[in-house]
Design a protein around this ligand. Structure first.
Ligand code: AMP
Length: 216
């Protein structure tokens, strides 16, 4: 199964991808996580991508296509992938088709997580993550049960993404509408798209996504 999660920044793609990874034994591939790791490692690629990410723009197709191709190749014989944040342009979607086609595979399902722009800004500006296990939290909507302590692993260090500010979120949303939303038409023409309401709570969104997969 190759599942693409589409949706604006803050729609919950990462949260849902992590849940699906555990439930369905699929491998989550997040180009955002890969790029942040490259930035943290200070690699040449990370240096190229870092400034672009801080402006909330998309990094060039060839960079993300290279990253994803390497990771998919390593796991191509497994049960499948959840692509979280890739593809984000028509060029990336075409490159993905070229990568999968010769191996007799293709995208099976595209789930669009729909959320209003205004809600996204509030959601993103308050989010933070456990530095140890990656569990996601929010100042308003999902605080740790004990302040300053991760519910999952007991970690006490938390991080915030540098691009989670209101100004950068607005530019990430602009990039989403201009460059990523056209993918709904691209995959819609292949009857692969199902939409879920991303304004619902995390459990409900997960159930809805699950239902779209059982019919895939
Ligand atoms: P994300 O964690 O998916 O929100 O991605 C964070 C940032 O990484 C984005 O705002 C882009 O600058 C960059 N990025 C992640 N995935 C891609 C992609 N598929 N194509 C281009 N840029 C990407």
């Amino acid at each position: 199964m190759i599942l693409v999660l589409l949706g604006p920044p803050g729609a919950g793609k990462g949260t849902q991808a992590k849940r699906l990874q555990d439930m369905r034994a699929l491998v989550q591939l997040s180009t955002g996580d890969m790029l942040r790791a490259a930035v943290a490692a200070g690699s040449e690629l990370g240096q190229r991508a870092g400034d672009i990410m801080e402006r909330g723009e998309l990094v060039p197709d060839e960079i993300v296509i290279g990253l994803i191709a390497e990771r998919m190749d390593a796991d191509m014989d497994g049960t499948g992938f959840i692509l979280d944040g890739f593809p984000r342009t028509i060029g990336q979607a075409e490159a993905l088709d070229k990568l999968l086609g010769p191996r007799g595979k293709g995208v099976d399902r595209v789930v669009v997580i729909e959320v209003d722009d205004d809600a996204l800004v509030a959601r993103i500006a308050g989010r933070f993550t456990c530095a140890k296990c990656g569990e996601g939290y929010h100042d308003q909507f999902k605080k740790p049960k004990v302040e300053g302590v991760c519910d999952v692993c007991g970690g006490t260090n938390f991080t915030r993404r540098r691009d989670d500010t209101e100004e950068v979120v607005r530019s990430r949303l602009k990039a989403y509408h201009a460059q990523t939303e056209p993918l709904i038409g691209y995959y819609g023409a292949q009857d692969k798209v199902r939409a879920v309401d991303g304004m619902a709570d995390i459990e409900t969104v997960q159930k809805e996504i699950d239902q779209t997969l059982d019919g895939a």
